[in-house]
Design a protein around this ligand. Structure first.
Ligand code: FES
Length: 254
């Protein structure tokens, strides 16, 4: 198997070339953890997505070296791994800061102020889309719908939600992060760094206090359910013999 990386090798190899000098070498522990992930699946290649998060946890992005490690461990070509790594936006192609700020600029959020939030952050941090501040701490990106339109406009930091933001609150959030604080997200677990979050996405438990805490669904999320209740609307039953029907029967028996 070829182990060189570069343009045309299928790894998206040109994408990280400017940053190779700053890449931390992958540790033996990462390789061992990668094997732990592989052991969780009946077919090794099913482990690829969490493995990409694992290498990202260590290097801050999916480097050509990370692609090579995944390919070696899974018996895939680097082109196959590179094709997956470059398809999903959660896999970064350049070193990412400790704090990845994603601003939803899709229709609902954009209309309600997402574009202004992005512009304010861009000016304050002196970076544009998919760029990282000079000190390497914050990466800013435009995001497509973050599945939280009921809280628009939303910003996430390492995928934790900060709801109903304005340019002012988003700037305060950025300043807090720059000042070394970890502001509390509007809901969900406590804020973690990009590396900590990537490790969780690779399937390794985070034992920080409150790391997996999640509050109840917020009021905007529940509006639809409350309306359905008031109108006595119900979902159609699962077809007989389906796994959903079996689970519903079991719930009735509990
Ligand atoms: S449009 Fe922003 S979360 Fe859906």
């Amino acid at each position: 198997m070829a182990t060189h990386t570069g343009p045309g090798d299928g790894t998206g190899g040109d994408v990280a070339s400017g940053d190779r000098a700053s890449t931390v070498a992958l540790s033996e522990q990462t390789r061992l953890r990668a094997r732990e992930i592989v052991a969780r699946y009946p077919r090794p290649r099913s482990a690829l997505l969490p493995m990409l998060h694992l290498v990202q946890a260590e290097q801050g992005y999916v480097s050509p070296q990370g692609i090579a490690l995944c390919a070696e461990e899974l018996g895939l070509t680097m082109a196959e791994v590179g094709a997956v790594a470059t398809f999903y936006t959660m896999y970064k192609r350049r070193p990412t800061g400790d704090w990845l700020i994603s601003v939803c600029t899709n229709t609902v959020c954009g209309f309600l102020g997402g574009d202004a939030i992005f512009e304010a952050l861009s000016e304050h941090l002196s970076v544009r889309h998919d760029e990282t501040t000079a000190d390497g701490t914050i990466t800013l990106e435009h995001a497509e719908c973050l599945a939280a339109c009921d809280y628009a406009p939303v910003v996430t930091v390492n995928y934790e939600f900060f709801d109903q933001q304005t340019a002012e609150t988003a700037l305060r959030l950025a300043r807090d992060l720059q000042g070394g604080q970890r502001p509390s997200p509007s809901r969900g677990a406590a804020l973690c760094t990009f590396a900590e979050m990537s490790r969780q996405l690779a399937g390794f438990a985070d034992d920080r206090d409150g790391a997996v805490a999640a509050g109840p669904a917020g009021e905007p999320t529940l509006v639809g359910a409350r309306l359905a209740e008031r109108r006595r609307e119900t979902a159609p039953p699962y077809p007989d013999g389906s796994p959903g029907a079996a689970a519903a029967d079991q719930r009735k028996g509990d």
